[in-house]
Design a protein around this ligand. Structure first.
Ligand code: SME
Length: 168
């Protein structure tokens, strides 16, 4: 059963991500719809991960990413593969951690408050479905522990969700 009130994170980052993973599993349990799960996951992360100004998804449609469920300020809608941090993560098929967005060539500034960013690609059974994008107003907000923790959260989302129908 999922408690509708998110539990605050405490302890070190590894412990915090272990708690988040548990809460995310509970949140997604019994639901396989991609939009519903992406929407609830973005709300959980925005609520529980400290120091974020944007948390959400871009969905791969053909050769571009299209804005999906998110929390934060309104964002740019379409990002070509290879452009920005999100499009680079799709091109590389790997997470991209950007300590200073101003130093990343081609960074797409949706919210001018963003200073650092972490993007994790959604890859299920060899198929790229989109990305999870986290932005922070603080420089160097994300480190390797965040990358590992968020990649684990994305795995939970991918395993819980059925992408065979429409949505993603
Ligand atoms: N900064 C991203 C664009 C998406 S917004 O941050 C929500 C990028 O460079 O791909």
């Amino acid at each position: 059963m999922f408690a509708t009130t998110a539990l605050p994170l405490s302890g070190n980052k590894q412990d915090a991500y272990a708690s988040l993973a548990q809460q995310l599993s509970g949140l997604l349990e019994g639901e396989t719809d991609p939009i519903a799960n992406a929407a609830n996951m973005s709300a959980l992360l925005y609520d529980l991960l400290p120091d974020l100004n944007w948390a959400g998804f871009y969905i791969l449609r053909g050769k571009e990413l299209v804005l999906g469920p998110f929390q934060g300020k309104v964002a740019c809608v379409r990002i070509p593969i290879g452009r920005g941090v999100c499009g680079t993560a799709v091109e590389r098929e790997a997470s991209v951690l950007v300590p200073d967005v101003h130093a990343f060539p081609g960074h797409i500034a949706c919210d001018s408050a963003s200073r650092s960013e972490l993007v994790v690609p959604l890859i299920k059974q060899g198929r790229t479905l989109g990305v999870l994008d986290l932005d922070s107003p603080s420089p160097s907000r994300f480190d390797e522990a965040d990358r590992e923790g968020c990649e684990r959260l994305v795995q939970i989302f991918l395993e819980a969700t059925d992408f065979s129908g429409h949505g993603f």
